[in-house]
Structure formats: C-alpha cells, structure tokens
Design a protein around this ligand. Sequence first.
Ligand code: PEP
Ligand code: MN
Length: 341
Amino acid sequence: MIIVLRPGTSEQGIQQVADAVKKFNYEPRLIRGVERTVIACIGDERSHHTIESLSVFPQVESVTPIQKKYKVVSREYQAHDSVLDVAGRKIGGGTFHVVAGPCSVESASQTIETAKAVKSYGATLFRGGAFKPRTSPYDFQGLGREGLDLLRQARAATGLPIVTEVLSPQDVEMVAACADVLQIGARNAQNVPLLAAAADSGKTILLKRGVSGLVDEWLLAAEYICLHGNTKVILCERGIRTFEHACRNTLDLSAVAVAKQETHLPVFVDPSHAAGRADMVIPLARAAVAVGADGLLVEVHPDPATALSDGGQQLTPKQFGQLMAEIRPLVEVMGKKFGSD
Ligand code: PEP
Ligand code: MN
C-alpha cells in the first residue's frame, strides 16, 4: 500500500499517519521528497487490515494498493493451467469443450431431443435451466424440481454431464444431486452465501461474470469458492452491460484474455447471452476460440420460436452444427484438443 501525503504536510501530520499505519500492523517506510512525503506500507495486504480508511486524514492525498486481492486463483500461486475432471472430461489445460442445450428445460421431448442433437454435433456437456433467474417476475421461472428430473433423463439418454443453474443456498443440495456442474449466474455472481454453499457441495462450479462485474470482482468471487476448499471453478464471460445496444450485451473478449493471463482456471465464453440474437452467436463463438477461451456455453433449442425463455438467441440444432463445424479448425489452430468423453 502506498500513501501519498499532501504537499506541505507538517512533521506532526506525517507522524500521525505513520502511527496509524503501525496500528494496522504494517511497517511504515517514509520516502521524503522535496515537496511531499510518501509512506510505503510494508505488509501482506491480503492478511493485514485494510488501511484504505486512512484516506480520511486530511493530509492524505491517496492510498493505493499494490498487491492483487486474489491469491489462490492467480498464476503466481499456480503457474500451470488447472485441469478439472467433470465426469471424465478434462476441462482446461489445452482442451476445448462445448456446453450446449436450451436456456430452460421445458418438456421431456424438448430436453432429450436437444441433448441428443447437441451430442451428435460434438457437445461434451449438456446445459439446461430448471431454476431460471428471470428479470421479470411475470416470465417463465423454470420447471424447478421437475426440470431436474428432465435433466437426469437427458443424461441417462446421452451420457452427457449436466450443467444447471442454482439460485439459492437452500437449493444447492437438491440441484447438486442432479448436476455435474453447478452454474452460478450473472445475477448471483457476487452472492457470497451462494458461492459458499455451492463450493461446499464439492461440485465443479461454472461462475458467470456479473452484468456489470469487473474482472477483479469476478476473480474474487472465484477466490471465495476456492477458499471454501473447492478449486474446481470454470470462469464464464457472458457479456457485460455497456452503452451499446446492437446486441443484448457486449462480449468482453479483453476480459477473457486478462482472465487467461491472471488465473490458472479454465475460462469459457457464453456467446448466446452476450449476443442476445442467434445471428451473432457463431461470429462471437469464433472470436472466443481465437482469444484463447477453453470452451463455450451455447443455447440450443429445437424450435427457438416457441422457447419459453431467450428464444431470440437460441440456435437450432442445425445452426449449432454449423457453429461446431466453423470452430473446429480454429480450435486446432489454437493448439487445443477438442474435448471428448
Ligand atoms: C443462462 O445461462 O440461462 C443465464 C440465465 O445466464 P446469465 O446468468 O449469464 O444471464
Ligand atoms: Mn438463457
């Protein structure tokens, strides 16, 4: 932490801040310039108390942290890529996996038909929402427990592991009994009790970035999960809210590049929620592969026009086949191996 004092601060003012720094268990080192004094505070910023509150002193101009706040998820902590095992699929570390399926599970035929179709085109995990975090309370909220049964049937029919969202800590046990991967959605990206409960289930967690979440906040949410003893985390960029409305959200490919550099965790991209429109999903998927993502999460529905949620952005199985055909050579160029079971 670096504290910059205002020009002309008296000796007494300098000492007052230095004493306060010591109270937080940091060692203050004074750097006296011609005009102003800077105090370098020596200590581990993650384990010592925050001294950002010292900015309340009138003689303090700024307090700047110099250490990153996350640790376990960082490449400094672990240089090599984490490789997660989800029902035998190796995720991260040079593989590329595609999670595909409908936004919501709606019926047995819709669920199983989609699972079979996405598998035939090379998807290695199946997604489908049983508990849906809808913006409007008047919209379809998902089939809940009945939806989980449909997901079980899809896994029995195809062998694909299941990725599904959990909305509240109370539901974790029930959802984890069905899911291979628990999804924490954008709306819950910083819901600490949910992160903790999901972590405690021991399942792999697919953690979406919040709609207005900073990369740091996203990685710190992953850090919460890891500190609960569960380092099986897949990060998923799904577009953020910006001034641009041509698409539903803006796919932040920079965040994917930053996350790949900063952390050893696998990073996936969800082009469906980023685009919000089916015709943009394939180009964004191609870009995701090129920027270095380790996988994709794509919404697919047998008849998007009748979908109970996110109809406009879901691909038909045939369009999904097109997506897979287009990304396959790119995945190879990126030196990654297309995941298989
Ligand atoms: C979803 O995956 O269907 C979903 C609701 O995603 P997000 O949390 O990214 O909006
Ligand atoms: Mn959706």
